[in-house]
Write a protein that binds this ligand. Structure first.
Ligand code: SF4
Ligand code: SF4
Length: 292
């Protein structure tokens, strides 16, 4: 994407940020909007965000140019798609121009409804397979952003790495990006975000040759379901959603687990409890010879 920053000459561009709650999707789109505004452009932005704890879908449309009339990006209209999560990237791909820039985090966040078969680890979730992108003809920068962010010292700057990839294809001055990032990120994280941004700027489009498929974990761990009875109001949502039918009212206004060993760790109860009263933990592996 080539972009001059002189107000009279900039056609309207659209960048779509997509992911799930808690990934910093909105922060990244806010930074782009602030950069474009600081460059003297007209900017319109529209966003929808789900709840982070429940893995809600988050997306943000950002359009900028000399004069922008609507924030919304239609099908096959996005100049760039920045996808923070594999399945969300596939889902929003039709909104990207065929020759648009696809920036793709290889993170996989499997929603609870796709994990119902945890007992057999058959997950209804698309494979991490480049064949899914064969219809797209533009450049693709696919990156393990979270892994790189961890190496930089904070898993929370994966979004800034992806932003750096995008920024390298826009003609806004680097100093402007740095100034806006420093202003927008949480206090005390400016340095690591700056490193993340510059790491992203160095990443190049890649050949889609990876063939990393979902590999079931070795051995299904046990699960421990904990109910904070002081917070539980006995609404019985968890009772109704548990695929194993192992939760029931305890007769004292809360719920209890009837057959803990049948819990498959799907986390539907935890994700859907409106009061954060039920949590699911994997049990640590027992030492050899020690029963759990
Ligand atoms: S969904 Fe939450 S509040 Fe409702 S019964 Fe279950 S644990 Fe209690
Ligand atoms: S108790 Fe919760 S985590 Fe366990 S199977 Fe039922 S809904 Fe899933």
């Amino acid at each position: 994407m080539s972009l001059a920053v002189h107000r009279q000459t900039v056609p309207t561009r659209g960048v779509l940020f997509v992911g799930v709650g808690g990934q910093g999707v909105l922060l990244a789109s806010t930074i782009l909007g602030e950069v474009a505004m600081a460059a003297g452009l007209d900017v319109k932005k529209s966003e929808v965000h789900g709840m982070a704890k429940r893995g809600g879908v988050v997306f943000s449309h950002v359009r900028f140019g000399t004069e922008v009339f609507s924030p919304l990006i239609g099908l096959a209209e996005a100049d760039a798609l920045v996808a923070f999560e594999w399945a969300e990237g596939l889902r929003w791909l039709p909104y990207l121009k065929r020759d648009g820039l696809l920036v793709l985090d290889l993170a996989r966040i499997v929603p609870p409804a796709a994990q119902r078969d945890h007992r057999t680890w058959t997950v209804r979730y698309p494979d991490l397979d480049p064949a899914a992108l064969t219809g797209h003809h533009g450049p693709v920068v696919a990156v393990d952003a979270r892994g790189r962010a961890m190496q930089l010292g904070s898993p929370h700057v994966a979004n800034t790495i992806l932003l750096g990839v995008l920024a390298a294809r826009l003609e806004f001055p680097t100093a402007l990006w740095e100034e806006v990032i420093e202003r927008c990120v949480p206090p005390g994280t400016a340095a690591v975000n700056r490193r993340a941004f510059h790491e992203g700027r160095t990443l190049e489009p890649c050949a889609l040759t990876w063939a990393q498929r979902w590999t079931p974990p070795q051995g299904v761990p046990g699960w421990r379901v904990a109910v904070a009875t002081a917070w539980c109001k006995g609404c019985d949502i968890c009772v109704r959603v548990c695929p194993e039918g192992i939760l029931r009212p305890d007769g004292r206004g809360a719920v209890e687990v009837t057959v803990p060993e049948r819990c498959t760790g799907c986390r539907l109860c935890e994700w859907l409890c409106p009061d954060f009263a039920i949590t699911v933990h994997s049990r640590p592996a027992a030492p050899a010879g020690v029963a759990r």
